[in-house]
Design a protein around this ligand. Structure first.
Ligand code: NDP
Length: 263
């Protein structure tokens, strides 16, 4: 049974190791490869994979949005996010899903036991990952959600007509208190510094960085130094979204703790 991940860059991806470890728990004989492809090559390589009897594949940055136009059907959560990270191939047709949101919320609320209800939440960034985490957070009824992004118009687009969500610039973030601060920017992976004001208040907040490479980003270092209650990187989200993809394909849920300790 052939599976794969397509992206660029993707050679650093942990997905092959995760899916092989999950499959070993059920004695499933799978192959899982990583294909680093340019946008020009993407569709051709997916077609090649399909004709070689591929059963399904993951899609990572920057192709999650492009895949929406390549699948015959999308789950409701993928439609809402307008992004696909999990594709199932059935009778030669591609079916799209998105497991990022559920991966994030399971990691935050189950693995780390963080309560979202009635909390004040700040999300930094407005890229492709934000609709996924936003929809899951909203379902748990926080008191407030605010979004800050360098490009304010991009943040407004993500929020669309959700009037309950406030869009801010980084300069607006002085003198505000948050219970949960989520770094959904790609600053960490690029080793860049977020434009947070000097007086930004991390005190007593749970700080979650979607990035897991490097393991500790500057955001998490600053949060620790400046009094955050807890810091979490995105490795758990990666695991949970991979486990959900595995469930979509094989209809069984892998046990994650042994996989975490091996990683
Ligand atoms: P996108 O490329 O779609 O968006 C990037 C966002 O980061 C934009 O809002 C951009 O702001 C912001 N940004 C980039 N650099 C900086 C900077 N130096 N300072 C402030 N803001 C910055 O990325 P995604 O939304 O797809 O993913 C975001 C991150 O989350 C990625 O690093 C990705 O690897 C990680 N991720 C992790 C997952 C996991 O399973 N752990 C799953 C999905 C994503 P602007 O619009 O102003 O340019």
């Amino acid at each position: 049974m052939r599976y794969a991940v397509f992206g660029n860059p993707v050679l650093h991806s942990l997905s092959p190791r995760l899916h092989l470890a999950f499959a070993a728990q059920f004695n499933l004989p799978i192959v899982y490869e990583a294909f680093q492809v340019t946008e020009d090559e993407l569709l051709l390589q997916i077609e090649r994979f399909r004709t070689m009897d591929g059963k399904g594949f993951n899609v990572t940055a920057p192709y999650k949005q492009i895949l929406c136009n390549q699948v015959v059907e999308m789950t409701q959560r993928a439609q809402y996010m307008q992004a696909v990270n999990t594709v199932t191939i059935k009778d030669g047709k591609l079916y799209g899903d998105n497991t990022d949101g559920v991966g994030f919320i399971r990691d935050l609320t189950i693995r780390h036991a963080i309560t979202v209800q009635q909390k004040d939440i700040l999300i930094l960034g407005s890229g492709g990952a934000v609709p996924a985490i936003l929809s899951e957070l909203l379902a748990l009824q926080p008191r407030n959600i605010m979004i800050a992004n360098r490009d304010i118009n991009k943040a407004k687009k993500v929020v669309k007509n959700m009037s309950a969500i406030k869009v801010l610039s980084y300069d607006d973030l002085i003198d505000q208190n948050f219970d949960i601060i989520i770094n959904a920017t790609s600053a960490g992976i690029k080793k860049e510094i977020l434009p947070l004001p000097n007086k930004f208040n991390f005190k007593n907040a749970v700080c979650y960085d979607l990035n897991y490479l490097p393991e500790t980003t500057q955001f998490l270092v600053d949060a620790t130094i400046k009094g955050a209650k807890k810091t979490i990187n995105g490795l758990g989200m990666l695991l949970e979204q991979a486990a959900e993809s595995f469930y979509v394909w094989h209809n069984v849920r892998p046990e994650l703790n042994s996989v975490v300790s091996r990683l």
